[in-house]
Design a protein around this ligand. Structure first.
Ligand SMILES: C[C@@](CO)(OP(=O)(O)O)[C@H](O)COP(=O)(O)OP(=O)(O)OC[C@H]1O[C@@H](n2ccc(N)nc2=O)[C@H](O)[C@@H]1O
Ligand SMILES: Nc1ncnc2c1ncn2[C@@H]1O[C@H](COP(=O)(O)OP(=O)(O)O)[C@@H](O)[C@H]1O
Length: 272
């Protein structure tokens, strides 16, 4: 399909602290979010009726009806669009695939129609505002407070999804405590060693409940940590995708080769 092409990059929560819960059940977060140089590709154009086709290596199981977040994004913008979505990111994986797709459509349709995006797209999901920004950010509230972080170093990393889907709501429900401490202050102008030292003192509070739902997450984290040069291994979002950080792209690529297991999705990436 021809039309406007947009890119929806993978979102990675380098940290994810759950610091409270609102009366409506949504949790308060304190998270440092970055984006990878891999993602889904979309093409869209205005049409008489909404239409969606989903292709690509990770298309299996992705809804093609009006529940798909890209069609919900078009509806939120009051636009009729024909959309082709080429899925490269695993779904229900803690890397915001659907949210990033929705944000890419909101951004494109806002540009095409001149209409502002209502409420940063929060109605489509807590991860949509940060995906709309699509750059390193501190994310707070339930996800609606996003503040760009412009002085992070680029980080070589490997992403590993051990082939299981994790439903976000179930992981939040499994939290033992909802009132955990927030992140400590991120040092200004931090370099990679300083960032890794700081990250090692932060947490992903959803890791324990996600591992209870899918113990293979622990296997993935151990396998990443065992790769030569791995500086830090953590889970992103509500899982199951985990990441390892490395000093350079060559080490991340070697780690990716070492993590090749049947059914695992493994990619060497740059995070920024
Ligand atoms: C956990 C995070 C961290 O970035 O990432 P993912 O694991 O989805 O990638 C996000 O907060 C997920 O955002 P998103 O996937 O858009 O969530 P939503 O559709 O709004 O909510 C799905 C479910 O997660 C729970 N939820 C989500 C966000 C939040 N701040 N508190 C919650 O309790 C609610 O139970 C909700 O019903
Ligand atoms: N464009 C989309 N891409 C992937 N999943 C989608 C999309 N639209 C709706 N979904 C639904 O959203 C669920 C969560 O997918 P996703 O947004 O990738 O999760 P996460 O934010 O945990 O990575 C999927 O199981 C799928 O049914």
């Amino acid at each position: 399909m021809t039309g406007t092409e947009v890119f929806a990059s993978a979102k990675i929560n380098l940290t994810l602290h759950v610091t409270g819960q609102r009366a409506d059940g949504y949790h308060l977060l304190d998270s440092l979010v970055v984006f990878a140089d891999i993602g889904d590709r979309l093409w869209l154009r205005m049409a008489q009726e909404p239409d969606l086709s989903v292709t690509g290596p990770m298309a299996a199981g992705v809804p093609t009806g009006p529940e798909n977040l890209v069609l919900r994004a078009a509806a939120l913008m009051g636009a009729q669009a024909e959309i082709q979505l080429e899925k490269h990111l695993p779904s229900a994986a803690g890397i915001g695939g659907g949210s990033s797709d929705a944000a890419a459509v909101l951004r494109a349709l806002s540009g095409m129609t001149g209409r502002p995006v209502p409420d940063q797209g929060l109605a489509l999901g807590a991860d949509v505002p940060v995906c709309l920004l699509a750059q390193a950010a501190m994310m707070r509230g339930i996800g609606e407070q996003v503040e760009a972080v412009t002085d992070l170093p680029e980080i070589a990393a490997v992403l590993v999804n051990p082939g299981v889907e994790v439903p976000t709501g179930a992981v939040f429900k499994g939290l033992a405590r909802k009132d955990n401490p927030p992140m400590t202050q991120l040092p200004v102008g931090v370099d990679l060693p300083g960032l890794v030292t700081w990250l090692a003192q932060q947490r992903n509070d959803l890791e324990a409940p996600a591992r209870a739902v899918q113990p293979v997450i622990g296997t993935a984290l151990d396998a990443i940590a065992a790769q030569a040069g791995c500086l830090l291994a953590r889970m992103s979002g509500s899982g199951a995708t985990c990441f390892g950080l490395f000093a350079d792209a060559e080490q991340a690529q070697q780690a990716a080769a070492g993590l090749n297991r049947p059914g695992w999705w493994v990619r060497a990436v740059a995070l920024r």
